[in-house]
Write a protein that binds this ligand. Structure first.
Ligand code: URA
Length: 200
């Protein structure tokens, strides 16, 4: 007998619980736990990153590590209202090197697989605008996998027809040479300001 298909979660809380038991791809094997989105359920802005990092994997909460610290700092600076914060992929993908767990980018297949959860979150949240942080989020939301540089700061249309503003991932800003960081950080701030203006 084929097993009954799992019931479609009818609330965001039910979706969070179902996601915690997700075995749709192999990433759950090594990761500590599913990191679901969080924020006010009536948030008009949804911010989508790539995947949880080392600290998020341990805490079970998105954007609590260095990239999240930078993002929250810039959000505070520009006065971004509390947003729903989530990721394209809900498990940490990494390789181990000694005691370290090194981030590995999710591939397209993993992003497409995990989109089931992102789409479900979006169905409940119905954000007025989505901010895509970096290429993985931009791909998950729009289906367009092209390079970031010409897209940054522009509003694209998500697969579900809603607007998506494309911006830098804070991890990218932390990774580039120190002298290049202020410009990219300013651009991230400009995009966050633009998001607030758009929603006004
Ligand atoms: N980077 C992301 O894309 N998401 C997080 O939650 C943390 C770091």
């Amino acid at each position: 007998r084929t097993p009954e298909p799992p019931a479609m979660p009818e609330t965001l809380e039910a979706a969070r619980e179902a996601a915690a038991a997700c075995r749709r791809c192999g990433l759950c094997e090594a990761a500590t736990q599913t990191v679901f989105g969080e924020g006010p359920e009536d948030a008009r802005l949804m911010i989508v990153g790539e995947q949880p990092g080392d600290m998020e994997d341990l805490a079970g909460r998105p954007f609590v590590g260095p990239a999240g610290t930078l993002l929250r700092e810039v959000m505070d600076e520009v006065g971004t209202k509390p947003a729903w914060m989530t990721n394209a992929v809900k498990h940490f993908k990494f390789k181990t090197q000694g005691k370290k767990r090194l981030h590995q980018s999710p591939n397209r297949h993993e992003i497409e697989h995990c989109r089931w959860w992102l789409d479900l979150e979006r169905k409940f949240l119905k954000p007025g605008l989505t901010l895509a942080l970096g290429a993985s989020a931009a791909f998950a939301l729009t289906g367009n996998a092209s390079a970031m540089t010409p897209r940054r700061g522009k509003i694209e249309t998500a697969r579900d027809g809603t607007p998506v503003l494309i911006t830098w991932h804070p991890s990218f800003i932390l990774r580039i040479p120190r002298e290049e960081q202020p410009l990219r950080r300013r651009e991230l701030a400009d995009d966050l300001r633009r998001a607030e203006d758009f929603l006004r």
